[in-house]
Write a protein that binds this ligand. Structure first.
Ligand SMILES: CC(C)(COP(=O)(O)OP(=O)(O)OC[C@H]1O[C@@H](n2cnc3c(N)ncnc32)[C@H](O)[C@@H]1OP(=O)(O)O)[C@@H](O)C(=O)NCCC(=O)NCCS
Length: 367
């Protein structure tokens, strides 16, 4: 059976930065609270749609793989914040890239979306007759944040990361996959009012992310640890053979617990949560592309990528990286510029929430 391997990688992080201190000017929070509880210092806020970030990340991944968009036969976007319910974000990305020969679909497994997408891409290479797959994790979670939900609003950010997946020529590629879901806990992390139930409630409030933080934390620690250990076992990898753990960047304390469970020394764990917060399905591919650029992925490196998210979903992939860890070409693709700051973009969403609630506009300072 053919094995799927990663031949291209790239990312798109929007330019507007929202720091913890910025947030503290409009919410009852502090840099100290956010940093010590989560490891997050700042996040990016997008001024464009999810599919715009996805297309830019996709162009970088295609260049790294030395491919043209028309050569892609399957385009998967992992996202829980698509531009619209219909069509899929992938359909928009196809047009923005000119990937005209690709079949397109979205995968919604919340923060586990990239790992689910990688598992699907692996299956499509192994048995589905697809040869060049572009898998993108892209999210614009800032649209779901509500300053009145302070334990949630400080956690998330926007961005996109992408990989090109092709049949492996050597002994590299996906070694093992594990996925799971516990739908009984679905309401522990949810965005209501965005689907068919919307027609029943008549609630005019802008949809928002709500979460039971402590419950999510408990399950994340258990499931991330279990699935990372399981996938390393199934891949037949001993601890000393594991080169890098790329965990979903949700919270440094969850990542610490996962690394301890795997008995991974901390220098073998990739962390960039301080710069981006939790970007859901985009977090692992952004981290992977940074890790490669920083020289943290050596040729033939054994990686474990592990995630947890709403659903509740979880999953892990063990993968031996290819021998080539340098891009075949570079792309200059970028988002259109913006003059707005992260705080201004965040404030626009909050203003829209106030308007829909019928509350008076914020004056200045704390809203
Ligand atoms: C959200 C999270 C950081 C909260 O940390 P916690 O230690 O559980 O904090 P608690 O909810 O117990 O709140 C502790 C106190 O901080 C306060 N608080 C909550 N958010 C705050 C904020 N942004 N700033 C300041 N104080 C805050 C609470 O009101 C509470 O105050 P009280 O003790 O006076 O009632 C933590 O639960 C978490 O990371 N959960 C996992 C979330 C996650 O990763 N989700 C995505 C999964 S993919």
């Amino acid at each position: 059976m053919r094995r799927a391997t990663i031949t291209g990688w790239g990312r798109c992080v929007p330019p507007a930065v929202l720091t913890n201190s910025d947030l503290a000017t409009v919410m009852d929070t502090s840099d100290d609270w956010i940093s010590t509880r989560t490891g997050i210092k700042e996040r990016r806020i997008s001024h464009t749609e999810t599919s715009d970030m996805a297309a830019v990340a996709g162009r970088h991944a295609l260049a790294a793989a030395g491919l043209e968009p028309e050569q892609i036969d399957l385009l998967i976007v992992a996202t829980c914040t698509p531009d619209r319910l219909i069509p899929s974000a992938a359909s928009y990305v196809q047009t923005k890239l000119g990937a005209t020969a690709a079949a397109c679909l979205d995968v919604n497994a919340a923060c586990s979306g990239f790992v689910y997408g990688l598992a699907i891409a692996n299956g499509m290479i192994a048995t589905g007759g697809f040869n060049r797959i572009l898998l993108i994790g892209a999210e614009r979670l800032s649209m779901l944040l509500d300053a009145e939900e302070r334990s949630t609003a400080v956690l998330f950010g926007d961005g996109a990361g992408a990989v090109v997946i092709e049949p492996a020529q050597g002994d590299d590629g996906v070694l093992a996959v594990t996925l799971g879901t516990d739908g009984a806990l679905a309401d522990k992390l949810t965005v209501a009012g965005f689907g068919t139930e919307r027609t029943v409630g008549g609630d005019e409030e802008l949809f928002k992310l709500v979460m039971d933080g402590q419950e999510i934390f408990r399950h994340a620690v258990t499931r991330m640890g279990e699935s990372a250990t399981k996938v390393a076992d199934e891949a037949g990898l001993e601890l000393e053979e594991l080169d890098l753990l790329i965990p979903h960047q949700a919270n440094t304390r969850i990542i610490d617990a996962t690394a301890r469970r795997l008995k991974m020394p901390y220098e073998k764990v990739f962390l960039n949560i301080a710069s981006y917060g939790n970007t859901s399905a985009a977090s692992i591919p952004i981290a992977l592309s940074e890790a490669i650029e920083l020289g943290r992925v050596r040729p033939g490196a054994n990686l474990v990528m592990v995630a947890f998210g709403g659903g509740l979903t979880w999953g892990a992939v063990a993968l031996r990286f290819a021998d080539r860890v340098t891009p075949l070409a570079m792309s200059t693709a970028a988002l259109p510029p913006t003059d707005k700051t992260g705080l201004e973009l965040f404030a626009e969403v909050q203003e829209e929430r106030r308007r829909r609630r019928g509350a008076p506009p914020a004056k200045s300072g704390r809203g």
